[in-house]
Design a protein around this ligand. Structure first.
Ligand code: NDP
Ligand code: OXD
Length: 318
């Protein structure tokens, strides 16, 4: 039986070095809209894999049944006014992406714990400069967002020896992790030396990471702190507040992978703080071949009547 065609509206140029979407699609035919392929008609095409898309793309797809997001976060897809209503959206969930995010979160927590900025600066000056060395078990890390990524990061941070707590909309039960829901936000914040953001961008999470929230975090007796690490979405943070909090010591350091506007302007003061690690939204890129395999697998499930996984709830916005 011939396989149904997938329409692609994703520019994979940067990510394609490790593999191509076709490696995962098991021979499924593709119309590559991003590379300018324009067949006479899109009638009969039931599936689309998108990140950014033209305002009229879906007007010419009368038979569309499922939209796949090329990323785990769906704010870009859901906020596109051209997104058709009542078509299910499936987000990308895969071990490759989850592992990459946890690597980044663990690396940032260790960078701050082991005061990497101090040693980088000392090396530049050829200085033999020792710094105090508290243990991971002396540091409380709080994760906001205990979904696929937050839970994996929690387990891996625990394995490294950190004390871990987490906050989510609905209360979770995770062994060894103190969990809070929305009603416990202040209590949760009051004991966090390091705060990790792994939230989706929704109306509720927009501008959540602001001065008021940072001022509730805990000071570590020895280490620079509190530390804010954001791998979720930039519009959840207020960057003027972050800069002021770094200036006045409300924050002792940050690691930011995401920004209110991307790319981050070269004029942003955030580039220049000694205690800020700045990344160009690379904490966990989607692995293109794994994405192809995932979409192909979901289409096979759907066509076998087994239902789609990781469906986005349009009311919740994630
Ligand atoms: P999930 O949907 O699995 O988890 C989201 C978590 O956030 C859930 O625990 C959810 O609560 C919680 N949450 C959502 N809204 C609220 C709220 N208003 N108050 C409290 N908690 C809330 O997402 P993932 O873990 O897969 O991904 C998280 C985000 O990471 C993505 O949405 C994306 O924005 C970002 N991301 C960033 C990448 C990067 O490279 N920087 C790569 C991939 C993703 P509940 O469990 O109760 O539903
Ligand atoms: C994603 C991302 O959402 O890369 O997958 O930000």
């Amino acid at each position: 039986m011939s396989k149904s065609t997938l329409l692609l509206s994703v520019d994979f140029t940067a990510a394609e070095k490790l593999g191509s979407i076709h490696d995962g699609l098991d021979g499924r035919p593709v119309i590559d809209w991003s590379k300018g392929e324009r067949p006479e008609s899109l009638a009969g095409i039931k599936y689309a894999l998108v990140w950014e898309f033209d305002h009229d793309l879906f007007d010419c797809m009368p038979d569309l049944e499922v939209i796949f997001s090329a990323g785990a976060g769906v704010d870009k897809v859901l906020s596109n006014p051209a997104l058709p209503k009542n078509i299910p959206v499936v987000r990308f969930v895969d071990h490759s992406l989850t592992t990459r995010m946890s690597e980044w979160i663990c690396m940032q927590c260790l960078n701050h714990l082991r005061q990497q900025k101090h040693y980088d600066a000392a090396q530049k000056k050829a200085e033999w400069a020792d710094a105090p060395q508290p243990q991971a078990s002396d540091v409380n890390i709080g994760i906001m967002g205990l979904g696929v990524l937050g839970q994996d990061a929690a387990h891996k941070l625990k394995t490294l020896g950190f004390k871990v707590s987490g906050w989510s909309r609905t209360l979770k039960k995770i062994e060894g992790v103190e969990c809070y829901d929305e009603t416990g936000l202040d209590k949760f914040l009051n004991q966090c030396h390091y705060l990790v953001g792994l939230l989706p961008l929704t109306d509720e999470t927009t501008a959540l990471f602001n001065r008021d929230l940072f001022s509730k975090l805990a000071k570590h007796p020895v280490l620079p702190s509190p530390i804010f690490i954001n791998g979720g979405r930039g519009k959840s943070q207020v960057e003027v507040d972050i800069a002021r909090c770094l200036e006045d010591g409300t924050l002792g350091g940050v690691s930011l992978d995401v920004f209110e506007t991307e790319p981050l302007s070269s004029q942003s003061p955030l580039w220049h703080f000694d205690n800020a690690y700045i990344f160009p939204h690379v904490a966990a890129n989607s692995d293109v071949a794994a994405l192809g395999q995932y979409v192909d697998g979901q289409i096979k499930r759907y066509e076998a009547g087994k239902g789609l996984e990781n469906l986005v709830d349009p009311k919740l916005g994630y």
